[in-house]
Write a protein that binds this ligand. Structure first.
Ligand code: SF4
Length: 231
């Protein structure tokens, strides 16, 4: 399968950006809230993550590191049950809150103002924070030119032949190489929307896809169907 070339990639992403006028879900949130929301979003849907955030706000009011650092994991677990994996996530949220308030002066923004590589290292050392969560923080809370890779982005990148393996760093590098720094956040959001609505994991809606002409996965699938012997 041929990978989508650089020009085709940019053309496809411009189409997706126009089609998905994606709002910045992190607008108006503090950096700490963005981090909590990103931890909650792991392995669940947007709807359930939002319900988890609503549950936390209902139980604790303002979501600050100080408030959650002193909360019991059990109380956090009850508040976020909608988001799934509540026991594990509640411990991560409480431990992150403790580290931010105790070791980082309660100020996550100060960490995010450091050079990107340094910020990323501090974030990656937090409980429950892997490369995706760290990059979402850099993109959404600090406006750094990174291209975070979630499950939808990874799937589209594989179908477009940009990477051969499901490797986080390889996928991020492949996307960043093809995307100008100023478009990375917007295209990350547009690609997620495309993966959710059209290029779904099961039964992608290729017939309704606005970028199918650029997609070799689609062409290869059609070829396979055409060449399949009739029984
Ligand atoms: S043509 Fe199908 S596989 Fe290719 S990007 Fe569109 S929905 Fe995804």
């Amino acid at each position: 399968m041929r990978p989508v070339d650089d020009q085709a990639f940019r053309d496809a992403m411009r189409v997706l950006e126009r089609r998905h006028r994606v709002t910045d879900w992190a607008a108006g949130m503090t950096s700490f809230e963005i981090l909590v929301s990103t931890i909650l979003s792991q392995s669940t849907t947007v709807r359930n993550e939002r319900l988890g955030m609503d549950g936390l706000r209902a139980a604790f009011g303002d979501l600050t590191p100080e408030t959650l650092a002193t909360a019991s994991p059990r109380a956090i677990e009850r508040a976020i049950w909608h988001a799934g994996l509540a026991r594990r996530k509640s411990r991560h949220i409480r431990d992150v809150a403790r580290i931010v308030s105790r070791d980082l002066g309660g100020d996550l923004d100060r960490v995010l103002r450091r050079p990107a590589g340094e910020s990323r290292e501090v974030l990656l050392a937090l409980p429950g924070v892997g490369p995706k969560t760290a990059d979402v923080m850099l993109a959404m809370a600090a406006n750094r030119p990174v291209f975070p890779v979630d499950t939808h982005v990874a799937r589209v990148a594989r179908r477009w032949g940009l990477v051969r393996r499901a490797d986080y760093e390889e996928t991020r590098e492949a996307l960043e190489k093809r995307t100008s720094p100023s478009r990375r956040k917007a295209w990350h959001l547009a690609m997620i929307a495309h993966g959710r609505e059209t290029c779904t994991a099961r039964n992608p809606r290729c017939g309704a896809c606005p970028v199918s002409t650029e997609c070799d996965w689609y062409r290869a699938r059609n070829r396979r169907r055409r060449d399949k012997p009739l029984r």
